[in-house]
Design a protein around this ligand. Structure first.
Ligand code: DX5
Ligand code: ZN
Length: 216
């Protein structure tokens, strides 16, 4: 499978949100990544259902929704109604992860589990066969344009091996600090889906940048 690119609109121009979504529609990006932050699990607050619903009306690509919120169980159905196609919750926020994953899938969405940089991949061993995707954070979540954490390569290789051992079909996604300088090496380590924020939205020509990231 060729790797997927999911531009994150975290640092997009929200005064021109329709134009930014249209740019992604016109590009050869695969998904649209939406970062939902609650100011409790992470030290930042972003946006909620009203904005997601509006994006859903014009998006021509699946909405990949990354929840950085405490107690995500309260909102799974609402994110489905708002238009999420892939819903990723954080391992660190779920006491009953198996139940949460099953609920996401029973609502008809693909289920992802994200892990922070300090969380070891072996904790996912028993849940991996149930997952559509693991999101390995390559920065501490909360903000765009942070530096990529170099020790991530080792985690990704371990995760890839664990997926093989558990006969899981889960994709591996990375998020944070991804650009042309590291996407090839990350792909070689086993990454399937790349979230890219700042590299796309600070580029002079975001469509051309997405094409380059896709072509690596
Ligand atoms: C970070 C978010 C990311 C962020 C990535 O907490 O989850 O999706 O937008 O941004 P860049 O690519 O700028 O590091
Ligand atoms: Zn994200």
């Amino acid at each position: 499978m060729s790797h997927l690119i999911a531009p994150s609109i975290l640092t997009a121009d929200f005064l021109n949100l329709a134009g930014e979504i249209d740019m992604i529609n016109q590009s050869n990006a695969d998904w649209i990544h939406l970062d939902i932050m609650d100011g409790a699990f992470v030290p930042n607050i972003t946006f909620g259902f009203h904005i997601i619903k509006q994006i859903k009306k014009v998006a021509k690509k699946p909405l990949d929704v990354h929840l950085m919120i405490m107690d995500p169980d309260r909102y799974l159905e609402s994110f489905h109604e708002a238009g999420a196609d892939i819903l990723t919750i954080h391992y660190e926020t779920c006491n009953h992860l198996h139940r949460t994953v099953q609920t996401i899938k029973s609502l008809g969405m693909d289920a992802g589990v994200a892990i922070n940089p300090h969380t070891p991949v072996h904790l996912l061993e028993t849940i991996l066969p149930d997952l559509d995707m693991v999101l390995n954070m390559t920065v501490n979540p909360g903000f765009g344009a942070q530096s990529f954490i170099e020790s991530s390569y080792q985690k990704i290789r371990k995760l890839k091996e664990l997926i093989r051992q558990t006969e899981s079909t889960s994709l591996i996604q990375v998020d944070g600090g991804v650009g042309l300088q590291n996407i090839g090496k990350l792909r070689d380590a086993g990454v399937d889906v790349f979230v890219v924020g700042n590299t796309v939205f600070s580029a002079d020509d975001p469509v051309a940048m997405i094409r380059k990231l896709k072509g690596v």
